[in-house]
Design a protein around this ligand. Sequence first.
Ligand code: BJ8
Length: 422
Amino acid sequence: MTDYKKLWESLDMDLEKHEQLCNLLPDFFAEVYLSQENRPEGMNYFNLVVSSIHGLRPEELKRHRDSGGKVVGTFCVYVPDELIFAAGAIGIGLCGGSQFWVADGERVLPKNTCPLIKSFMGAKITKTCPYFQSCDLLVGETTCDGKKKAWEIMKNYADIHVMHLPQMKRDIDLRAWSHELEILKERLEELTGNEITPSKLKDAIKLINEKRKALRRLYELRKANPVPISGKDALLVTQIAFYDDPERFTSKVNSLCDELEERVKLGKGVFPSGTKRIIITGTPMAIPNWKLHHIVETSGAAVVCEETCTGTRYFENLVDEELDTLEAQIMAMSERYMKTNCACFTPNQGRIDDIIRLVREYKADGVIYYNLQFCQPYAVEYELVRQALQREGIPVLFIETDYSENDSGQIKTRVQAFLEML
Ligand code: BJ8
């Protein structure tokens, strides 16, 4: 086992507290993941990434920084990785999915804040996350009120650039977002000292599109019945997409898909045929938030798709690769990103249409609407989703929860009752 102590010291981490965190993950991962039967061989790579989550990739980030490169941390799927990579920097997603950091987040944030925000804030202020510690710049955005205000506090701890995300999808908003992309481009050029040229941006667009295509391929395979991969494994792959090296990640996902294609040809699944198929929709699930998937899949059902930012919203829609001017490329990026259907937008009919379409495409038996506690945009949007699903005759269960395990038993009972009804 490699010793990363020197690396963590160089990142000015709180080693004692960090050790407490490191002690939790292996057992938790073994219980949730390694206990699964019939996993694809291709998951071995992703197991390895998790088992050295605070070592392998942070070491690569350090090497990049030691040779003069920069690392940029992001928190939302509206922030375009293309610009970050075109500037020669590495982009990593930083949302916090661990209960470990929540209490520390509450030292500077109200308790009734969504756990995702409390968790990433706790990770930063305790200096226990090597990804945060590796960032030269953070990029926030004006999405929900909680995040928007959290950046002001985050400024005390890190350099942060905040992007103003419009919350409607009119032409004027599309132009406003393209203008924000231009401002980010300038900030990244200033940070890295590298000019973003049309040809560099074209390469970065291709790089990120390839990652999206691989994830899309993985999700296409989940449409098969029986499903060739568990929802938990697919979720893990998407969570890792946010910080792994994009090129390596794409090739590992494609190899996994080759294996899954074989399984589909042979009619081989991870669960017995006839297993109920569930779509999860709602707030993102940052690593290591595997709570709901674990409950569903240990209750006799399979999660076949996630309409979340750690699911379809992350990889649907590509950016046009054939454009040769910065102006056209940036507008194409604005168009692609503004197609994402987040509940921070009003109205947000596109998300409702997506959920119904996905239920049909994945032949799902029911939908679980997942809401992180105190996330108002998604909680309020539930009513319209519920009405639309009812009209379509699609059963839906609303689950609101946090990162703790306190309510797991109660959620399991509700999920089991829902599955029996399908
Ligand atoms: S595009 S979902 S990644 S904003 S769960 S912090 S909304 S209170 S994460 Fe999100 Fe971008 Fe939208 Fe996706 Fe706020 Fe809700 Fe917490 Fe959230």
